[in-house]
Design a protein around this ligand. Sequence first.
Ligand SMILES: C[S@@+](CC[C@H](N)C(=O)[O-])C[C@H]1O[C@@H](n2cnc3c(N)ncnc32)[C@H](O)[C@@H]1O
Length: 273
Amino acid sequence: MSTLTPPSPDPPPPSVPSPLTPHTNPLIAPSIDPAEVAYFEGLAHRWWDTEGPFWPLHKLNAFRVLYLRERLSQTFGRDPAADRPLTGLRLLDIGCGGGILSESMAKLGARVTGIDVVPKNIRVAELHAQGRGLDLDYRLTSTEALAQDGVQFDAVLNMEVVEHVENRPTFLTACGALVRPGGVMAVATINRTLAALVIAIFGAEYVLRWLPKGTHHWRKLVKPAEVLADLGDAFTLVHHTGVRVNPFDRRFHFTPYLGVNYLLLVQKQPPEA
Ligand SMILES: C[S@@+](CC[C@H](N)C(=O)[O-])C[C@H]1O[C@@H](n2cnc3c(N)ncnc32)[C@H](O)[C@@H]1O
């Protein structure tokens, strides 16, 4: 006589690894400052308003995209004059906000992943890209969590973010881990100098009122040498420049002076031959 055994329950469906559900909460990370998250969450609906609080980033964007087009083409042996010179390159935009820079890089042909720690930013970025038929991979995650996944990119863009994080060394170590050997990272931020305090904080936030008061905090500004020290010996400085804005016509220019806004391009040691 056969024993009747209760039917075994259906096996659980194979788990689909999702970048949004790693093993631990990707939004608990040393680099995240809850005050910054609240600040950007409150402005997120204005990312694509070119007259709104992010107008300086929109103005800066055209300028920095020319720079990245030149430099990334040079690094990866592409023709900068081509329509889509970055075709096929895997690019990570850290702190992508509403996607201003990510979209521009996707239009140059790059396969762009954009990450941010502010939920509304990612929703705005996704909706904007969908509305334009652009295929971008946006993820709500921290740099540390993505680095733990072991993924790497040809180029990492770290633009106007370092001055908003807590625990900068941990953040930059994770950023560095996300660059593949031989790949590059661009870091744009604000120096911790008296000139930056006067121009970038007092001037831009209190006199010209180009940015909301409290956008930047002196203690979080970063010296170029600190960026390089945090990234460690695996990285070599390839290029550096200062960036300044003309307060009258609001145009951006390069300058050899790194004392206020600056941009560094660093390269990770290529693999041993
Ligand atoms: C000034 S915006 C720059 C946006 C964009 N990178 C650009 O240059 O157009 C700073 C961005 O960094 C994000 N952010 C703040 N803290 C972060 C962190 N710990 N990790 C990643 N992104 C962060 C903010 O949510 C915001 O989108």
